[in-house]
Design a protein around this ligand. Structure first.
Ligand SMILES: Cc1cc2nc3c(=O)[nH]c(=O)nc-3n(C[C@H](O)[C@H](O)[C@H](O)COP(=O)(O)O)c2cc1C
Length: 335
């Protein structure tokens, strides 16, 4: 059924298809129809406890699909073990001018330069107050484009302080290639201060509010081996609760023949798979099970999902695979 649905959807310009698909899903959910398409996934067989959280299964939705928490309940009805919303910026911002989303169908890939189009913390908070979903929710936070890196901590602290009550865990996104300079926050001097400020805030809240909200860092696949080693050390020193490897890549290896190859932005999907797995393997080697790894990047089928687990990941997140394969992918990779 999804093959037919996809055929129709892919006739539209990608951002329009996204809106149609999400509104269609919302409508189907409200009419009680999503239960006919969602797989029955046994929670007893597939549950995982990690970061002090009980995941009903290890397949989650990656950040970026539901940036403003508009569709959580509808998405959850498809059988995801967890959902990550965002990236949320403190103030609303429109992101980059359109077109900013490109489908590389032959390569089962996407290039996006959305640029954190976010309706902002206040809007998202309001949606989170209304959601019915009681499962595992990741809230991915970022900084506004106009905020200089020297002041980035303030933006991440706003995201954390405003949204922790609704979050099962908070993801710190410093790896999107579409906000100028953002990935510099992965450099040691920025990262050390950012993580220690957020960890202090986490500690303060866990004492005063009796709720420990795990902090997860989402990293880029484009780091050098040395940068990855340094970053891992800083994560260990700061006792990070988890790491998501990886975000999209600025590399174009394998898609050079696409008419969109020269479009600026982050590449996701099948061409990202190998590099993303390599990062997981390296991280696993350095972190030695001290920080759980959440895989994101090119999980398109059973083989690519198994590869991530073998490399050392414990949870899986899908985005591009979900666009190309539909919700059937969730049950297929629910090992
Ligand atoms: C259109 C689009 C928008 C995205 N937006 C975000 C975002 O706002 N924040 C984020 O952390 N990652 C974002 N991502 C990255 C995904 O969460 C994911 O890490 C990446 O696409 C690799 O996984 P995939 O190959 O399964 O798509 C986005 C990806 C796409 C394709």
């Amino acid at each position: 059924m999804y093959t037919l649905f996809k055929k129709i959807l892919f006739q539209f310009e990608p951002e329009t298809s996204h809106t149609i698909a999400m509104r269609g899903l919302q409508f189907a959910y409200r009419c009680g129809l999503t239960r006919f398409i969602s797989p029955s996934i046994s929670t007893t067989q597939h549950s995982q406890t990690l970061m002090g959280l009980n995941f009903p299964n290890r397949v989650g939705l990656a950040a970026g699909l539901d940036k403003n928490a508009d569709y959580i309940d509808a998405l959850a009805s498809l059988g995801f073990g967890f959902i990550e919303i965002g990236t949320v910026t403190p103030k609303p911002q429109t992101g980059n001018p359109k077109p900013r989303l490109f489908r590389l169908t032959k390569h089962e890939a996407i290039i996006n330069r959305m640029g954190f189009n976010s309706k902002g913390v206040a809007y998202v908070k309001n949606n989170l107050m209304k959601m019915r979903y009681r499962g595992i929710l990741g809230v991915n936070i970022g900084k506004n484009k106009e905020t200089p890196n020297e002041k980035a901590i303030d933006d991440y602290l706003i995201g954390f302080r405003e949204l922790w009550p609704y979050a099962s865990y908070i993801t710190i996104n410093i790896s999107s290639p579409n906000t100028p300079g953002l990935r510099e926050l992965q450099e040691s001097h920025f990262l050390k201060t950012l993580l220690s400020a957020l960890k202090q805030e986490q500690h303060r809240i866990s004492i005063s509010q009796q709720k420990y909200v795990p902090l997860v860092l989402k990293i880029s696949p484009d780091l050098s081996d040395e940068a990855l080693r340094e970053l891992s050390q800083i994560m260990l020193e700061n006792k990070m609760d988890g790491v998501i490897a990886t975000n999209t890549t600025i590399e174009r290896k394998g898609v050079e023949d696409s008419p969109y190859a020269k479009e600026a932005g982050g590449l996701s999907g099948a061409p990202l798979r190998a590099r993303s797995t390599q990062v997981i393997r390296e991280l696993h080697h350095i972190l030695q099970n001290n920080i759980p790894i959440i895989a994101s990047g090119g999980i398109m089928d059973e083989t690519s999902a198994k590869e991530k687990l073998e490399a050392g990941a414990v949870l899986l997140q899908i985005y591009t695979g979900f666009i190309y394969q539909g919700s059937g992918l969730i049950a297929n990779i629910c090992f």
